[in-house]
Design a protein around this ligand. Structure first.
Ligand SMILES: *[C@@H]1O[C@H](CO)[C@@H](O)[C@H](O)[C@H]1NC(C)=O
Ligand SMILES: *[C@@H]1O[C@H](CO)[C@@H](O)[C@H](O)[C@H]1NC(C)=O
Ligand SMILES: *[C@@H]1O[C@H](CO)[C@@H](O)[C@H](O)[C@H]1NC(C)=O
Ligand SMILES: *[C@@H]1O[C@H](CO)[C@@H](O)[C@H](O)[C@H]1NC(C)=O
Ligand SMILES: *[C@@H]1O[C@H](CO)[C@@H](O)[C@H](O)[C@H]1NC(C)=O
Ligand SMILES: *[C@@H]1O[C@H](CO)[C@@H](O)[C@H](O)[C@H]1NC(C)=O
Ligand SMILES: *[C@@H]1O[C@H](CO)[C@@H](O)[C@H](O)[C@H]1NC(C)=O
Ligand SMILES: *[C@@H]1O[C@H](CO)[C@@H](O)[C@H](O)[C@H]1NC(C)=O
Ligand SMILES: *[C@@H]1O[C@H](CO)[C@@H](O)[C@H](O)[C@H]1NC(C)=O
Ligand SMILES: *[C@@H]1O[C@H](CO)[C@@H](O)[C@H](O)[C@H]1NC(C)=O
Length: 477
């Protein structure tokens, strides 16, 4: 492709993504959630003796402030305001009916001393710590059995100072699984918004066994080579909405999960109704949108639209393995742009990684009804590697209106999968039979009555131009 055409193409891809309005889809499952709630009572962290010098350990101040605010839980709730300053702390627990609000110049800093991060039991759906058997470190900000929690700020920062943890990880010095920045368990009505998360020791935002979770206007940053610093990981959770986020990290940008092998199968808590829109991500070692590899409780009704992935290893990825059991079904990913991505679409049936050797080798995952459409990509290494499991074909894998400028001479590689493709450039593999017109077996992204979902975002006239340039580009190439 001529350099100028490539430039115009990239510019239009950018314009399309940023000129599209996601309002109609962004809130499907969270439309009744308020991102701000009036709290009749508010305190400031400094009222509890905190010192924002970046050196004084303020764990007790956070704990005391939240303990005090507990008495307002049944009086409309309360707010803990964190003013400008650098607030070093160990882990602390939230309560229901609480707003944790950061000033724009407030930075909550995780202690570099592992003993400031208490230990807790492994998740029942994982059976052990994700990295090491046994207990795990509790997240910096943690909650259990909560409702009506808002964690927000005018783009204030939560910095995990993960470097020490990454070194312990690389040098095999960890005694227990690394902590996340925020984990909420068994909670409902949770909003996490308008914050920057930096340098998480492990994953950044982990709602597990939750429902009604809204994450929006969040920036997540960690070095591209930091180990497993996943951005947002909804896990065994339902009605989750993730909108307008920017993530640049060393793990998956967003990864939807639901427990691990025999533990996830017996805990049987699925993730469903997950809506994702307007996400920009860059990850050296992970994927933009990932599902799994822990998916043993089942994952369904996932919609991701308006996804922009740059300089990354994978674009869209499903990870599973024999032993996982569970299912991934009714997944719809659309309006994706990629630039400089090694593998645009990947489905992996042999991901491996088991909690121990007692997993059931006959527990095969059911992977079906995955639709990926309206994808453009430039500087893509390989278009797709789609691999099912022997004796367990992955079915109704549908790919349509995909146009990728691919470097490899073997753009697609498929095995043990079945499905359809339509308007895919370069031409997809023979396992996805070509199909013109509507394909009823392909999941369309709508599982509910049309009155519940206004399926398609408005598009402006730039879309037509992109089609034209794409057409032009494919003729030049
Ligand atoms: C959470 O709620 C469950 C069921 O109501 C209860 O058994 C458990 O002890 C609670 N956990 C905590 C930490 O409050
Ligand atoms: C929030 O802060 C981050 C990190 O400094 C910055 O990259 C981002 O653009 C900011 N977001 C907003 C909305 O100001
Ligand atoms: C692991 O445990 C040893 C012995 O208790 C301790 O000295 C060390 O600091 C611990 N390492 C981490 C990363 O917590
Ligand atoms: C969060 O940021 C967005 C975009 O900058 C803004 O529209 C919204 O009002 C902010 N929300 C809160 C609760 O500050
Ligand atoms: C998409 O999200 C970014 C933040 O990552 C925000 O700046 C931008 O305004 C959003 N675009 C739309 C169309 O909502
Ligand atoms: C998923 O969303 C639909 C439509 O809003 C709703 O009817 C259904 O109950 C939700 N499922 C769960 C598990 O909450
Ligand atoms: C493409 O992405 C890789 C990382 O996957 C990065 O090392 C490289 O610098 C990027 N190339 C360009 C031209 O940005
Ligand atoms: C095909 O995808 C492009 C890029 O996402 C989009 O602009 C166009 O509207 C799509 N075409 C159809 C027929 O949906
Ligand atoms: C599995 O899919 C392949 C194509 O990927 C097909 O050739 C084979 O017949 C399928 N196996 C079964 C048991 O349906
Ligand atoms: C797969 O999608 C088809 C068509 O949308 C639907 O009839 C079928 O029930 C879906 N399968 C599952 C397992 O949900």
């Amino acid at each position: 492709m001529a350099r100028s055409a490539l430039f115009v193409f990239q510019f239009l891809v950018f314009v399309t993504i940023f000129e599209t309005h996601w309002s109609s889809v962004s809130g499907i499952y969270c439309k009744d959630m308020a991102s701000t709630v009036y709290r009749p009572h508010s305190v400031t962290l400094t009222e509890f003796g905190a010192v924002g010098d970046g050196k004084t350990l303020n764990t007790k101040s956070f704990q005391n402030a939240i303990f005090y605010l507990n008495s307002f839980a049944d009086k409309g709730g309360a707010q803990l305001f964190v003013p400008a300053g650098r607030w070093l702390t160990g882990g602390f627990n939230l309560i229901s009916h609480l707003t944790l609000s950061l000033d724009k110049d407030a930075v909550i800093i995780g202690s570099p001393d592992s003993s400031d991060w208490p230990l807790m039991d492994p998740l029942p759906s994982y059976g052990r710590g994700r990295e090491l058997p046994g207990k795990r470190h509790q997240s910096l900000i943690f909650g259990w059995n909560l409702t009506d929690v808002i964690i927000t700020g005018a783009n204030g920062t939560i910095d995990g100072q993960g470097l020490v943890w990454w070194d312990w990880f690389h040098n095999h010095k960890l005694n227990y699984t690394r902590p996340h920045l925020i984990e909420l368990m068994y909670s409902t009505n949770v909003v996490i918004s308008n914050l920057t998360f930096k340098n998480s020791p492990f994953w950044n935002i982990h709602p597990v066994y939750c429902s009604q979770v809204l994450v929006e206007h969040v920036t997540i940053l960690a070095p591209l080579d930091s180990p497993n610093t996943d951005g947002i990981n909804p896990d065994s959770s339902t009605n989750v909405c993730i909108n307008h986020c920017y993530v640049r990290n060393g793990g998956d940008v967003i990864s939807i999960k639901s427990g691990w092998d025999q533990y996830g199968i017996s805990f049987a808590r699925p993730s469903s109704n997950v809506s994702i829109s307007n996400i920009t991500g860059e990850t050296r070692g992970g994927a933009g949108i990932a599902i799994g590899s822990e998916m043993s409780g089942g994952i369904s009704e996932v919609r991701a639209e308006g996804v922009h992935i740059v300089n990354s290893l994978h674009g869209i990825r499903v990870k599973t393995a024999p032993g996982r059991g569970g299912y991934v079904t009714n997944v719809y990913v659309a309006d994706v742009s990629m630039h400089n991505v090694s593998m645009a679409i990947r489905i992996t049936g042999n991901y491996g990684e088991h909690p121990n050797n007692n997993y059931d080798r006959n527990a095969l995952p059911v992977i079906s009804n995955i639709t990926i459409e309206n994808v453009v990509g430039a500087s893509v290494g390989v278009a797709g590697i789609l691999e099912g499991i022997e004796g367990d074909n992955f079915s109704s894998i549908c790919i349509s209106n995909v146009s990728l400028s691919v470097q490899s001479r073997h753009p697609w590689s498929c095995s043990l999968i079945e499905g359809y493709s339509n308007s895919v450039t370069p031409e997809s593999c023979e396992q996805l039979s070509s199909n013109s017109g509507q394909t009823p077996v392909c999941y369309s992204g709508v599982s509910f009555s049309p009155s519940q979902v206004h399926a398609h975002p408005h598009r402006n006239s730039v879309g037509g131009l992109v089609d034209f340039v794409l057409h032009l580009a494919s003729n030049i190439m």
